[in-house]
Write a protein that binds this ligand. Sequence first.
Ligand code: NAP
Length: 368
Amino acid sequence: MGNIAGNSAGQEKPLILLGLGGVGRALLSQILEQRALHGERYGLRMRFLAVCDSSGAVEEPEGGFTEESLAGVLQHKEAGSTLASHPLGRSYRSPEAVVEELGGPGTVVVDCTASDGTAGALLLALERGCQVVLANKKPLTVVQDVYDGISRSSGQARWETTVGAGLPVIATLNRLVSSGDEIERIAGSFSGTLGYVMTGLEAGRAYSETVAEAYRLGYTEPDPRDDLGGVDVARKALILARGIGWRIEMEQVEVRGLYPERMAGLSVDGFLAELPSLDEEFRGQVAGAALEGKVLRYAATLSEGACSVGLTAVAEDSPLGRLRGTDNLVEFYSRWYNPNPLVIQGRGAGVEATAAGVLSDIVELQLQ
Ligand SMILES: NC(=O)c1ccc[n+]([C@@H]2O[C@H](COP(=O)([O-])OP(=O)(O)OC[C@H]3O[C@@H](n4cnc5c(N)ncnc54)[C@H](OP(=O)(O)O)[C@@H]3O)[C@@H](O)[C@H]2O)c1
Protein backbone atom coordinates (compact mmCIF):
# COMPACT_ATOMS: atom_id res chain seq x y z
CA MET A 1 0.00 0.00 0.00
CA GLY A 2 1.55 3.22 -1.08
CA ASN A 3 -0.21 5.76 1.07
CA ILE A 4 0.55 7.45 4.33
CA ALA A 5 -1.35 7.51 7.57
CA GLY A 6 -3.09 10.78 8.22
CA ASN A 7 -3.66 11.62 4.54
CA SER A 8 -6.40 14.21 4.58
CA ALA A 9 -6.55 15.05 0.87
CA GLY A 10 -9.92 13.29 0.61
CA GLN A 11 -10.74 11.25 -2.42
CA GLU A 12 -14.11 9.80 -3.37
CA LYS A 13 -14.22 6.21 -4.52
CA PRO A 14 -17.40 5.58 -6.51
CA LEU A 15 -18.77 2.06 -6.11
CA ILE A 16 -21.35 -0.06 -7.88
CA LEU A 17 -22.21 -3.03 -5.68
CA LEU A 18 -23.67 -6.08 -7.41
CA GLY A 19 -25.27 -8.48 -4.93
CA LEU A 20 -26.75 -7.62 -1.58
CA GLY A 21 -26.88 -11.06 0.02
CA GLY A 22 -24.83 -12.10 3.06
CA VAL A 23 -21.48 -10.81 1.78
CA GLY A 24 -22.84 -7.70 0.01
CA ARG A 25 -24.76 -6.57 3.11
CA ALA A 26 -21.77 -7.20 5.39
CA LEU A 27 -19.62 -5.19 2.98
CA LEU A 28 -22.02 -2.26 2.95
CA SER A 29 -22.13 -2.29 6.77
CA GLN A 30 -18.34 -2.48 7.06
CA ILE A 31 -17.89 0.42 4.63
CA LEU A 32 -20.18 2.53 6.81
CA GLU A 33 -18.39 1.38 9.98
CA GLN A 34 -14.91 2.07 8.57
CA ARG A 35 -15.62 5.56 7.19
CA ALA A 36 -13.46 7.23 9.84
CA LEU A 37 -10.55 4.81 9.33
CA HIS A 38 -10.61 5.19 5.55
CA GLY A 39 -10.89 8.97 5.76
CA GLU A 40 -8.21 9.48 8.39
CA ARG A 41 -5.72 6.90 7.20
CA TYR A 42 -6.14 6.98 3.43
CA GLY A 43 -8.10 10.14 2.70
CA LEU A 44 -10.67 7.89 1.09
CA ARG A 45 -14.44 8.01 1.08
CA MET A 46 -16.49 5.28 -0.55
CA ARG A 47 -19.45 6.66 -2.45
CA PHE A 48 -22.20 4.30 -3.61
CA LEU A 49 -23.49 4.95 -7.12
CA ALA A 50 -25.79 1.95 -7.04
CA VAL A 51 -26.50 -1.21 -5.12
CA CYS A 52 -28.09 -4.09 -7.03
CA ASP A 53 -29.67 -7.44 -6.38
CA SER A 54 -31.25 -9.90 -8.79
CA SER A 55 -34.44 -7.82 -9.01
CA GLY A 56 -33.03 -4.38 -9.66
CA ALA A 57 -31.01 -1.47 -8.41
CA VAL A 58 -31.20 1.40 -5.97
CA GLU A 59 -29.26 4.25 -7.53
CA GLU A 60 -27.71 7.21 -5.78
CA PRO A 61 -30.37 9.87 -5.24
CA GLU A 62 -29.85 13.55 -5.98
CA GLY A 63 -27.38 14.84 -3.36
CA GLY A 64 -26.00 11.35 -2.66
CA PHE A 65 -26.86 8.56 -0.26
CA THR A 66 -26.84 9.46 3.39
CA GLU A 67 -25.71 6.91 5.97
CA GLU A 68 -29.35 6.64 7.01
CA SER A 69 -30.58 5.98 3.50
CA LEU A 70 -27.96 3.23 3.01
CA ALA A 71 -28.89 1.74 6.39
CA GLY A 72 -32.50 1.85 5.17
CA VAL A 73 -31.56 -0.13 2.03
CA LEU A 74 -29.88 -2.71 4.25
CA GLN A 75 -32.92 -3.02 6.47
CA HIS A 76 -35.14 -3.35 3.43
CA LYS A 77 -33.04 -6.31 2.17
CA GLU A 78 -32.73 -7.85 5.62
CA ALA A 79 -36.51 -7.86 5.84
CA GLY A 80 -36.50 -10.06 2.74
CA SER A 81 -37.69 -7.44 0.25
CA THR A 82 -36.30 -6.89 -3.22
CA LEU A 83 -34.41 -3.76 -4.24
CA ALA A 84 -36.84 -3.23 -7.10
CA SER A 85 -39.54 -2.71 -4.47
CA HIS A 86 -37.50 -0.16 -2.48
CA PRO A 87 -38.87 3.42 -2.65
CA LEU A 88 -35.68 4.49 -4.49
CA GLY A 89 -35.39 1.24 -6.43
CA ARG A 90 -36.23 0.16 -9.92
CA SER A 91 -36.03 -3.05 -11.84
CA TYR A 92 -33.34 -3.31 -14.46
CA ARG A 93 -32.35 -5.28 -17.53
CA SER A 94 -29.01 -6.50 -16.25
CA PRO A 95 -25.97 -5.45 -14.18
CA GLU A 96 -24.42 -4.48 -17.51
CA ALA A 97 -27.04 -1.78 -17.96
CA VAL A 98 -26.07 -0.25 -14.61
CA VAL A 99 -22.37 -0.28 -15.50
CA GLU A 100 -23.20 1.22 -18.89
CA GLU A 101 -25.15 4.02 -17.26
CA LEU A 102 -23.01 4.79 -14.20
CA GLY A 103 -19.57 3.23 -14.59
CA GLY A 104 -16.70 5.53 -15.48
CA PRO A 105 -12.93 5.61 -14.97
CA GLY A 106 -12.07 4.95 -11.32
CA THR A 107 -15.44 3.47 -10.39
CA VAL A 108 -15.14 0.11 -8.64
CA VAL A 109 -17.66 -2.53 -9.66
CA VAL A 110 -17.90 -5.08 -6.86
CA ASP A 111 -19.33 -8.50 -7.65
CA CYS A 112 -20.83 -10.03 -4.52
CA THR A 113 -23.36 -12.09 -6.45
CA ALA A 114 -23.28 -15.85 -6.81
CA SER A 115 -24.26 -15.52 -10.45
CA ASP A 116 -22.59 -16.53 -13.70
CA GLY A 117 -24.41 -13.63 -15.36
CA THR A 118 -22.08 -10.84 -14.24
CA ALA A 119 -19.10 -11.54 -16.52
CA GLY A 120 -20.39 -9.15 -19.22
CA ALA A 121 -20.80 -6.35 -16.69
CA LEU A 122 -17.28 -6.87 -15.32
CA LEU A 123 -15.65 -6.92 -18.76
CA LEU A 124 -17.60 -3.84 -19.80
CA ALA A 125 -16.54 -2.13 -16.57
CA LEU A 126 -12.86 -2.79 -17.28
CA GLU A 127 -13.29 -1.59 -20.85
CA ARG A 128 -14.70 1.67 -19.49
CA GLY A 129 -11.75 2.22 -17.16
CA CYS A 130 -13.46 0.96 -14.01
CA GLN A 131 -11.82 -1.36 -11.52
CA VAL A 132 -13.43 -4.61 -10.45
CA VAL A 133 -13.42 -6.69 -7.28
CA LEU A 134 -14.96 -10.14 -7.17
CA ALA A 135 -16.08 -12.37 -4.31
CA ASN A 136 -17.94 -14.34 -6.98
CA LYS A 137 -15.93 -17.25 -8.42
CA LYS A 138 -18.16 -17.87 -11.41
CA PRO A 139 -16.88 -15.21 -13.86
CA LEU A 140 -13.33 -16.46 -13.24
CA THR A 141 -14.25 -20.08 -13.82
CA VAL A 142 -16.20 -19.87 -17.05
CA VAL A 143 -14.17 -20.00 -20.25
CA GLN A 144 -10.50 -19.00 -20.16
CA ASP A 145 -11.14 -15.94 -22.37
CA VAL A 146 -13.26 -14.31 -19.67
CA TYR A 147 -10.61 -15.01 -17.03
CA ASP A 148 -8.02 -13.49 -19.36
CA GLY A 149 -10.18 -10.42 -19.94
CA ILE A 150 -10.51 -9.83 -16.20
CA SER A 151 -6.96 -10.74 -15.20
CA ARG A 152 -5.20 -8.86 -18.01
CA SER A 153 -6.57 -5.57 -16.83
CA SER A 154 -3.21 -4.16 -15.74
CA GLY A 155 -3.87 -4.68 -12.09
CA GLN A 156 -7.34 -3.15 -12.15
CA ALA A 157 -9.04 -6.31 -10.84
CA ARG A 158 -8.85 -8.17 -7.54
CA TRP A 159 -10.48 -11.45 -6.46
CA GLU A 160 -8.72 -12.36 -3.23
CA THR A 161 -11.83 -13.73 -1.50
CA THR A 162 -12.72 -16.23 -4.22
CA VAL A 163 -10.26 -18.72 -2.67
CA GLY A 164 -10.07 -19.01 1.12
CA ALA A 165 -12.31 -15.95 1.75
CA GLY A 166 -10.26 -13.38 3.72
CA LEU A 167 -7.03 -15.45 3.68
CA PRO A 168 -4.29 -14.03 1.44
CA VAL A 169 -4.14 -17.05 -0.87
CA ILE A 170 -4.27 -15.26 -4.25
CA ALA A 171 -1.89 -12.53 -3.04
CA THR A 172 0.59 -15.21 -1.99
CA LEU A 173 0.26 -17.03 -5.28
CA ASN A 174 0.77 -13.76 -7.18
CA ARG A 175 3.90 -13.00 -5.18
CA LEU A 176 5.38 -16.42 -5.93
CA VAL A 177 4.56 -16.02 -9.62
CA SER A 178 5.82 -12.44 -9.92
CA SER A 179 9.16 -13.28 -8.28
CA GLY A 180 9.77 -16.04 -10.81
CA ASP A 181 9.64 -18.75 -8.17
CA GLU A 182 8.57 -22.05 -9.70
CA ILE A 183 5.43 -23.45 -8.17
CA GLU A 184 5.77 -27.22 -8.11
CA ARG A 185 2.66 -28.20 -6.25
CA ILE A 186 -0.27 -26.66 -4.46
CA ALA A 187 -2.40 -28.75 -2.11
CA GLY A 188 -5.23 -27.26 -0.16
CA SER A 189 -8.34 -27.87 1.86
CA PHE A 190 -10.79 -25.20 0.74
CA SER A 191 -14.08 -26.35 2.21
CA GLY A 192 -14.80 -25.91 5.90
CA THR A 193 -17.75 -28.27 5.54
CA LEU A 194 -15.66 -31.06 4.05
CA GLY A 195 -12.92 -30.35 6.61
CA TYR A 196 -15.49 -30.96 9.32
CA VAL A 197 -16.52 -34.25 7.70
CA MET A 198 -12.87 -35.36 7.36
CA THR A 199 -12.18 -34.60 11.03
CA GLY A 200 -15.22 -36.70 11.95
CA LEU A 201 -14.01 -39.64 9.83
CA GLU A 202 -10.57 -39.43 11.40
CA ALA A 203 -12.12 -39.55 14.87
CA GLY A 204 -13.71 -42.88 13.90
CA ARG A 205 -17.21 -41.58 13.26
CA ALA A 206 -19.39 -42.93 10.48
CA TYR A 207 -19.50 -40.90 7.26
CA SER A 208 -23.31 -40.75 7.37
CA GLU A 209 -23.24 -39.47 10.94
CA THR A 210 -20.76 -36.61 10.30
CA VAL A 211 -22.55 -35.49 7.14
CA ALA A 212 -25.94 -35.58 8.88
CA GLU A 213 -24.51 -33.59 11.78
CA ALA A 214 -22.91 -30.99 9.48
CA TYR A 215 -26.29 -30.69 7.75
CA ARG A 216 -28.15 -30.31 11.06
CA LEU A 217 -25.71 -27.64 12.27
CA GLY A 218 -26.21 -25.66 9.05
CA TYR A 219 -22.57 -26.15 7.96
CA THR A 220 -23.66 -27.56 4.60
CA GLU A 221 -25.64 -25.95 1.81
CA PRO A 222 -29.39 -26.71 2.01
CA ASP A 223 -28.62 -29.66 -0.29
CA PRO A 224 -25.42 -31.21 1.17
CA ARG A 225 -24.55 -32.59 -2.26
CA ASP A 226 -23.61 -29.01 -3.26
CA ASP A 227 -20.67 -29.38 -0.85
CA LEU A 228 -20.04 -33.12 -1.19
CA GLY A 229 -19.93 -32.94 -5.00
CA GLY A 230 -16.72 -30.86 -4.84
CA VAL A 231 -17.65 -28.37 -7.58
CA ASP A 232 -17.12 -25.31 -5.39
CA VAL A 233 -13.65 -26.58 -4.42
CA ALA A 234 -12.97 -27.31 -8.10
CA ARG A 235 -13.76 -23.67 -8.96
CA LYS A 236 -11.19 -22.53 -6.38
CA ALA A 237 -8.62 -24.97 -7.76
CA LEU A 238 -9.27 -23.68 -11.28
CA ILE A 239 -8.75 -20.07 -10.14
CA LEU A 240 -5.40 -21.08 -8.60
CA ALA A 241 -4.39 -23.02 -11.72
CA ARG A 242 -5.18 -20.04 -13.93
CA GLY A 243 -3.33 -17.84 -11.45
CA ILE A 244 -0.20 -19.93 -12.00
CA GLY A 245 -0.63 -19.27 -15.70
CA TRP A 246 -2.03 -22.61 -16.82
CA ARG A 247 -4.48 -22.49 -19.75
CA ILE A 248 -7.17 -24.74 -18.36
CA GLU A 249 -10.95 -25.17 -18.52
CA MET A 250 -13.30 -26.51 -15.84
CA GLU A 251 -13.82 -29.78 -17.79
CA GLN A 252 -10.11 -30.49 -17.35
CA VAL A 253 -10.32 -30.36 -13.56
CA GLU A 254 -10.79 -33.91 -12.26
CA VAL A 255 -13.54 -33.73 -9.65
CA ARG A 256 -14.15 -36.75 -7.41
CA GLY A 257 -17.23 -36.16 -5.29
CA LEU A 258 -18.07 -37.84 -2.01
CA TYR A 259 -21.20 -39.66 -3.16
CA PRO A 260 -21.94 -41.93 -6.11
CA GLU A 261 -23.90 -40.90 -9.20
CA ARG A 262 -26.80 -43.20 -8.22
CA MET A 263 -27.54 -40.84 -5.29
CA ALA A 264 -27.66 -37.69 -7.43
CA GLY A 265 -31.36 -37.87 -8.25
CA LEU A 266 -32.67 -38.44 -4.69
CA SER A 267 -34.51 -35.88 -2.60
CA VAL A 268 -32.41 -34.36 0.21
CA ASP A 269 -34.17 -36.58 2.77
CA GLY A 270 -33.74 -39.62 0.53
CA PHE A 271 -30.06 -38.77 0.11
CA LEU A 272 -29.50 -38.48 3.87
CA ALA A 273 -31.35 -41.77 4.43
CA GLU A 274 -29.15 -43.52 1.87
CA LEU A 275 -25.84 -42.23 3.30
CA PRO A 276 -25.21 -45.17 5.71
CA SER A 277 -24.76 -47.37 2.62
CA LEU A 278 -21.43 -45.52 2.11
CA ASP A 279 -20.13 -45.90 5.67
CA GLU A 280 -18.21 -49.16 5.17
CA GLU A 281 -16.42 -47.87 2.10
CA PHE A 282 -15.25 -44.70 3.89
CA ARG A 283 -14.25 -46.69 6.99
CA GLY A 284 -12.10 -48.91 4.75
CA GLN A 285 -10.44 -45.92 3.10
CA VAL A 286 -9.63 -44.30 6.46
CA ALA A 287 -8.13 -47.60 7.72
CA GLY A 288 -6.16 -48.10 4.48
CA ALA A 289 -4.63 -44.62 4.74
CA ALA A 290 -3.80 -45.11 8.45
CA LEU A 291 -1.79 -48.25 7.61
CA GLU A 292 0.55 -45.99 5.59
CA GLY A 293 0.76 -43.27 8.26
CA LYS A 294 -1.68 -41.11 6.29
CA VAL A 295 -5.01 -39.42 6.83
CA LEU A 296 -7.75 -38.52 4.36
CA ARG A 297 -8.42 -34.94 3.33
CA TYR A 298 -10.76 -33.51 0.75
CA ALA A 299 -8.03 -31.69 -1.13
CA ALA A 300 -7.44 -29.70 -4.27
CA THR A 301 -4.12 -30.72 -5.80
CA LEU A 302 -2.27 -28.89 -8.57
CA SER A 303 0.84 -30.57 -9.83
CA GLU A 304 2.61 -31.05 -13.17
CA GLY A 305 -0.13 -29.33 -15.13
CA ALA A 306 -2.92 -31.45 -13.65
CA CYS A 307 -5.62 -30.18 -11.35
CA SER A 308 -7.76 -32.53 -9.28
CA VAL A 309 -10.16 -32.33 -6.40
CA GLY A 310 -11.15 -35.25 -4.20
CA LEU A 311 -10.40 -37.52 -1.30
CA THR A 312 -6.61 -37.63 -0.92
CA ALA A 313 -4.37 -39.50 1.52
CA VAL A 314 -1.78 -37.12 2.98
CA ALA A 315 1.01 -37.71 5.51
CA GLU A 316 -0.43 -37.26 8.98
CA ASP A 317 2.50 -35.06 10.02
CA SER A 318 2.11 -32.69 7.02
CA PRO A 319 0.33 -29.32 7.48
CA LEU A 320 -2.75 -30.72 5.73
CA GLY A 321 -2.54 -33.89 7.77
CA ARG A 322 -2.46 -31.90 11.01
CA LEU A 323 -5.45 -29.78 10.02
CA ARG A 324 -8.59 -30.28 12.12
CA GLY A 325 -12.07 -28.80 11.88
CA THR A 326 -13.36 -26.19 9.47
CA ASP A 327 -10.26 -24.06 8.79
CA ASN A 328 -8.96 -23.77 5.23
CA LEU A 329 -5.31 -24.58 4.64
CA VAL A 330 -3.12 -24.32 1.58
CA GLU A 331 0.42 -25.60 1.05
CA PHE A 332 2.55 -24.01 -1.68
CA TYR A 333 5.59 -26.08 -2.70
CA SER A 334 8.01 -24.18 -4.89
CA ARG A 335 11.67 -23.84 -5.70
CA TRP A 336 12.19 -21.72 -2.59
CA TYR A 337 9.59 -23.38 -0.38
CA ASN A 338 10.78 -26.96 -0.38
CA PRO A 339 10.73 -29.46 1.22
CA ASN A 340 8.73 -27.42 3.73
CA PRO A 341 5.85 -25.61 2.04
CA LEU A 342 4.66 -22.06 2.50
CA VAL A 343 1.44 -22.57 4.45
CA ILE A 344 -1.61 -20.38 4.93
CA GLN A 345 -4.30 -21.43 7.35
CA GLY A 346 -7.38 -19.90 8.91
CA ARG A 347 -11.09 -19.32 8.59
CA GLY A 348 -11.93 -19.75 4.92
CA ALA A 349 -15.57 -18.68 4.91
CA GLY A 350 -18.07 -16.45 6.66
CA VAL A 351 -19.72 -13.31 5.40
CA GLU A 352 -17.88 -10.86 7.70
CA ALA A 353 -14.38 -12.22 6.96
CA THR A 354 -15.22 -12.35 3.25
CA ALA A 355 -16.62 -8.81 3.21
CA ALA A 356 -13.49 -7.60 5.00
CA GLY A 357 -11.38 -9.25 2.29
CA VAL A 358 -13.44 -7.54 -0.42
CA LEU A 359 -13.09 -4.20 1.34
CA SER A 360 -9.36 -4.65 1.57
CA ASP A 361 -9.26 -5.38 -2.19
CA ILE A 362 -11.14 -2.12 -2.85
CA VAL A 363 -8.79 -0.09 -0.67
CA GLU A 364 -5.70 -1.71 -2.20
CA LEU A 365 -6.89 -0.92 -5.71
CA GLN A 366 -7.20 2.68 -4.70
CA LEU A 367 -3.78 2.83 -3.09
CA GLN A 368 -1.72 0.94 -5.66
N1 NAP B 1 -20.47 -16.54 2.19
C1 NAP B 1 -19.17 -16.81 2.23
O1 NAP B 1 -18.60 -17.22 3.25
C2 NAP B 1 -18.35 -16.57 1.00
C3 NAP B 1 -16.95 -16.71 1.05
C4 NAP B 1 -16.19 -16.44 -0.10
C5 NAP B 1 -16.83 -16.10 -1.28
N2 NAP B 1 -18.21 -16.02 -1.29
C6 NAP B 1 -18.86 -15.69 -2.55
O2 NAP B 1 -19.45 -14.40 -2.41
C7 NAP B 1 -20.60 -14.32 -3.25
C8 NAP B 1 -21.77 -13.85 -2.42
O3 NAP B 1 -22.02 -14.79 -1.39
P1 NAP B 1 -23.30 -14.62 -0.46
O4 NAP B 1 -23.14 -15.63 0.62
O5 NAP B 1 -23.50 -13.20 -0.11
O6 NAP B 1 -24.45 -15.08 -1.48
P2 NAP B 1 -26.02 -14.75 -1.40
O7 NAP B 1 -26.40 -14.51 0.01
O8 NAP B 1 -26.68 -15.83 -2.17
O9 NAP B 1 -26.17 -13.37 -2.17
C9 NAP B 1 -26.08 -13.25 -3.55
C10 NAP B 1 -26.60 -11.89 -3.95
O10 NAP B 1 -26.42 -11.73 -5.34
C11 NAP B 1 -27.63 -11.23 -5.91
N3 NAP B 1 -27.69 -11.57 -7.33
C12 NAP B 1 -27.86 -12.78 -7.91
N4 NAP B 1 -27.81 -12.67 -9.24
C13 NAP B 1 -27.61 -11.35 -9.53
C14 NAP B 1 -27.47 -10.59 -10.70
N5 NAP B 1 -27.53 -11.17 -11.91
N6 NAP B 1 -27.28 -9.25 -10.60
C15 NAP B 1 -27.20 -8.64 -9.38
N7 NAP B 1 -27.33 -9.31 -8.22
C16 NAP B 1 -27.52 -10.65 -8.30
C17 NAP B 1 -28.71 -11.86 -5.09
O11 NAP B 1 -29.91 -11.14 -5.29
P3 NAP B 1 -31.24 -11.47 -4.44
O12 NAP B 1 -30.98 -10.86 -3.10
O13 NAP B 1 -32.27 -10.75 -5.23
O14 NAP B 1 -31.38 -12.95 -4.43
C18 NAP B 1 -28.10 -11.70 -3.69
O15 NAP B 1 -28.34 -10.40 -3.21
C19 NAP B 1 -20.81 -15.72 -3.83
O16 NAP B 1 -20.30 -15.77 -5.13
C20 NAP B 1 -19.99 -16.61 -2.91
O17 NAP B 1 -19.52 -17.79 -3.54
C21 NAP B 1 -18.96 -16.23 -0.20
